[in-house]
Design a protein. Sequence first.
Length: 735
Amino acid sequence: MDLVKELNDEQRRAVEQIEGPCMIVAGAGSGKTRVLTYKIAFLIESGINPYEMLALTFTNKAANEMKQRIRKLAGANAENLWMGTFHSVFAKILRIEAQHIGFDRNFTIYDDDDSEKVVEGIMKELGFSTDNPKPRTVNSYIKGLKNKLILPEDFVTVSNPFEKIVAPVYREYQQRLIRNNAMDFDDLLINPILLFRGNPDVLQKYQNRFKFILVDEYQDTNRAQYEIVKMLATGHGNISVVGDDAQSIYRWRGAEIENILKFETDFTDTKVFKLEQNYRSTKSILSLADEVIKNNKRQIKKTLFTENEEGEQVSLTEVLSDRDEGAMIVKWILTEIPNRKLNFKDFVILYRTNAQSRVIEDALRTNSIPYIIVGGVKFYQRKEIKDVLAYLKVLVNPKDDEAMTRILKLRDGIGEQTVEKIKNMAKEIAKSIAELLLAMLEENEGSTKKQSKIEAELMRVAGILKKYNEVKDGFSPSELARSVVDEIGILRELRNEGTDESMDRMYNVQELLSGISEYTDNNEGATLEGFLQEVSLVTDIDKYDENKNAVTLMTTHSSKGLEYPVVFITGLEDGIFPLSSSMLEQEEMEEERRLFYVAITRAMQKLYMTYALQRYRFGSVSYQMKSRFINEIDTSKLKYVKSTAMTRHRSRSVQEEGSSIKYEYYKDAGKDDVLSEIFREDVGVKKGSVVFHNNFGMGKVIDVTGRGDAKKAQIHFEKVGIKNIILKYANLTLK
């Protein structure tokens, strides 16, 4: 067929393999998405009904991009294809089959914040302290159990005091979800397994429906996802998985690299295709990636190659401090823009932990460089948004006591004691809070009895629920949402408050209404239930606008699947990258190395890597050691340089004509060359000397110990007290 002419030989063979199990090992930048979309289009052109295919991805962004590509390749024939994230696809199936496992089809999906609040409430009810352990810790542990498919009835052998708390909380938590007609994210994967195990006829129905199953990013599947895929694929055996073991970086959230490593064992007669030609990076970048990943023992062997140019050497720079790291990145960005004719959006700054972004943000702001952060406060996690969504959730699912509890706490005069009293009353009569309030409203109708302020407020809430329950079927989601927002008066309250913060919150609520309107306009037969499900499954990367002209900041984990002309990998220091916890087990260390590999292979034209000799950590200056990963590579192949500390003044400012962006350039303290390798070792520092330090100010030397590179001074600084300073890197000035 014509479309396979655009593929290389191995890609074409993978695409044309129709029947039986197929594993496509796709190295970084090898055209993984292209192969998966072409494979689906090829199946459709071969006469296979898209209705009989199931394509599973990990992000809505990936699913939407692939759907668009498939439509271009296969046209209208692709319309009946079931394609989406694991969570969205199986949420859809659960809504159809919910009655088989004790749920109504209008169940609520709880996010992590909702789940944590349920856990906190249960811990208090069971008499456990919420100070140690924290509800977040208990909730996280429960999520870990679910990822491993360990259900409450399986978690009976507990070995320590912490697990003795988790076990009863976990049991009650699952019961509470059922009572609230709610599922958390993990239940969207566990409940299909319980559904299929308990209802063989339902399993057979979906096995017959999905004769061809295709899975993207298979290396990221957890135990539950693995079980679901295996159960469905047992029907016809036509399963194709695409992935790269070298990019398995989500062990912390349950991903099991074994799923891809043992695929050939799980599915006999598997055809394996290795996509080894990289189309993204230069030879120098790819060579470094290969050198890094070869240190891992557990991997599927492959040799990446590219026909791209050699490209510039990868830069590895040692800087004095995290402040200098940020300043260096600014300098490089402002140098690369005119040299390569790039825009701000062509740069990404990667870090291992979110805490590293603060100093980098400071440097970008100081120099008026626009930037966006992937993974900041999520829009749908903002308080005012969750307040509005609580009302909408209860209208869809009256059994949702968590949403109802949030609503009650928003009302004037209703405090914790009243909420607890209402909860207990509802529990005694086996009703939800909303059902109890509606029953109370019905009893009070026509009554002349004077109500207390609290009773009147409760009845006002019940009146809102009754009013909109009666009319919701006649409203579109956008009409219903706007009416509810008007009814509860949140926009009026925020406007009257009149602060900058309240205005921002008001605009957020208006943006939510715009989002519901957009959803209503773009989805035929749109329902409020459908919107709430879409909202609950949104991830950071789904909302990332890669077309906005700004430098991107994100964790390395968030960067997987993306690519940029210029990439900065920061904080290559032991204890940061790799994390200190990763120094204990080989398995953890190998995952950290895979994460480093992912970071490297995001780069297309130029890669910069940095490590600092000192940075602020946990409120004080910490002296850092360069990452052990640096010791594993041949630095002679890199542009390896060491910089002196830079002064805090700007040497000049440049403003482009017609632009509001002002570029600020730093100048080195000693030379014009910022990457100078000059270090002032001790400049005659001895006991009793008075010295000046760029960060700590004036100080007096108490003691000097050691020799050469290890020579240290204990100095009492007027501002910050006593510090132990490595003289080689201190850049002290004698006074």
